[in-house]
Design a protein around this ligand. Structure first.
Ligand SMILES: Cc1ncc(COP(=O)(O)O)c(C=O)c1O
Length: 424
């Protein structure tokens, strides 16, 4: 059988490989990534250390302590997985799910689909419930499914960036525990932008990324595990031959099928045993530590208000331009807003003009929403009045140039007014 490989054009100008990196500065106002806080970039330019250097081990402990505060948890097992946010999701699923285990995914967008696919690869006996894109689940809907299916694990997004919806979670952990299931939450897109009370809400595991409201680059996945989940995983501890201590006794549970995503080995590495596993991405840990420090120093309430203010201003601005906001606004994520591309306007041309003429990036969406909505984010370092107003002003100019009819200035004025009211 012929396998057609994907297209791969050669580099047009070979001399450019010797040019210094000097990208045009863009204002990233899409669904993430966003511009990193300069403090994070500075931390990441620190010199490398060996991962067993006492200085570095101390930084690991500090990072664990900081992320306990970010997640509002006392979970001892709160640490960083090296990799983008999906590496956190996959690490948990590979380490918890054994082939044939029942897993319920509550999906309300593309990132529910991602968890479905990762659980499938882990060999789960899977059930998926779907909420129409642009809506979230009522707790009762989840309870009915958990009761009927009796899963070992329930997986759900807090914020699904593809639809901009934020799933209320306060009751879901309790529902899962009432029926003997553990709850895994993907908070990649919402962490540090909206409240997430891991202990109070009885969430067994949360995974995240840095590239949205935490104001960092992607490449590190903060993870927190309840004791119950940590013990379930550690039963499956099988240490790689080359690093086994002399007193090693393999765990009773089935060996985790991935080496890189073996949370039991990662726990050994982060523990005081300090067992070797991967070569640490030390630069990413510097970044993750700084992201948490920035958020904790600002304070949860202040950071959430900053994101909520941005959301209100963007919604007011878009409505002021006569545009229609996508989805159930009452359950919208505070850090990203979906808006319908108006009839007769080419969404990609608008995005391209914003990028080429204003250096501003906004997003489209995926699947059934591709080309139908734009997604405008104001998160992390960019959840600021100046970024929001600049983006709305540029959008007004481009929309007018594309022939969209509306009252010029009405969007920016409405957003400006919103910010004034929030400050007052
Ligand atoms: C909710 C959610 N989950 C998971 C991911 C995947 O993250 P990554 O691309 O960092 O692997 C994203 C990325 O945008 C996301 O928004």
């Amino acid at each position: 059988m012929t396998v057609n490989l994907p297209p791969l054009a050669p580099l047009a100008d070979k001399s450019s490989v010797f040019s210094d990196l000097n990208p045009l500065p863009r204002l990233l106002m899409g669904p993430g990534p966003i511009n990193a806080d300069p403090r994070v970039l500075r931390a990441m330019s620190s010199q490398l250390l060996g991962q067993f250097d006492p200085q570095f081990r101390l930084m690991m402990k500090e990072t664990m302590a900081l992320y306990r505060r970010v997640f509002e948890t006392r979970n001892a097992w709160t640490f960083i997985v090296d990799g983008t946010a999906r590496s956190g999701i996959e690490t948990v699923m590979a380490s918890v799910i054994e082939p044939g285990d029942r897993v319920l995914v509550c999906s309300f967008g593309r990132f529910g689909q991602l968890k479905t696919e990762i659980a499938t690869r882990a060999g789960a006996d899977l059930k998926v419930i779907n909420a129409p894109w642009g809506t979230v689940f009522a707790p009762e809907q989840i309870e009915v499914a958990v009761k009927a299916f009796s899963p070992k694990l329930v997986a759900v997004c807090q914020g699904d960036t593809s639809t901009t919806m934020l799933q209320p979670l306060a009751e879901i952990g309790k529902i899962c525990h009432r029926h003997g299931a553990l709850l895994q939450v993907d908070a990649t897109a919402s962490i540090a932008g909206a409240p997430l009370k891991v202990d109070d809400w009885e969430i067994d595991c949360v995974t995240a990324g840095l590239q949205k409201c935490l104001a960092g680059p992607s490449g590190a996945a903060p993870v927190t595990l309840s004791d119950a989940m940590a013990r379930m995983i550690y039963r499956r501890r099988h240490i790689e031959e080359g690093v086994r201590p002399t007193d090693y006794v393999p765990g009773k549970g089935r060996m985790i099928s991935s080496n890189y995503f073996d949370l039991a080995m990662l726990m050994d590495y982060w523990s005081d045993l300090a067992l070797n596993h991967h070569t640490e991405a030390t630069t990413m840990l510097y970044g993750a530590r700084e992201c948490a420090r920035i958020f904790v120093q600002e304070g949860h309430a202040a950071a959430f208000k900053r994101h909520a203010d941005g959301s209100r201003a963007i919604v007011a601005g878009l409505l002021g331009m006569g545009l229609k906001v996508f989805g159930d606004v009452a359950n919208k994520m505070p850090n990203v807003t979906g808006v319908y591309v108006p009839d007769g306007i080419n969404g990609d041309r608008v995005r391209n003009a914003l990028l080429s003429d204003f250096n501003i990036e906004i997003g489209t969406s995926f699947g059934q929403l591709h080309g139908k909505i734009w997604r405008i984010g104001a998160m992390g370092y960019n959840a600021r009045q100046d970024c929001v107003l600049t983006t709305l002003a540029a959008l007004e100019t481009v929309l007018a140039a594309e022939g969209y009819r509306f009252t010029r200035g009405a969007g920016v004025d409405a957003a400006y007014q919103c910010y004034k009211e929030s400050a007052g």
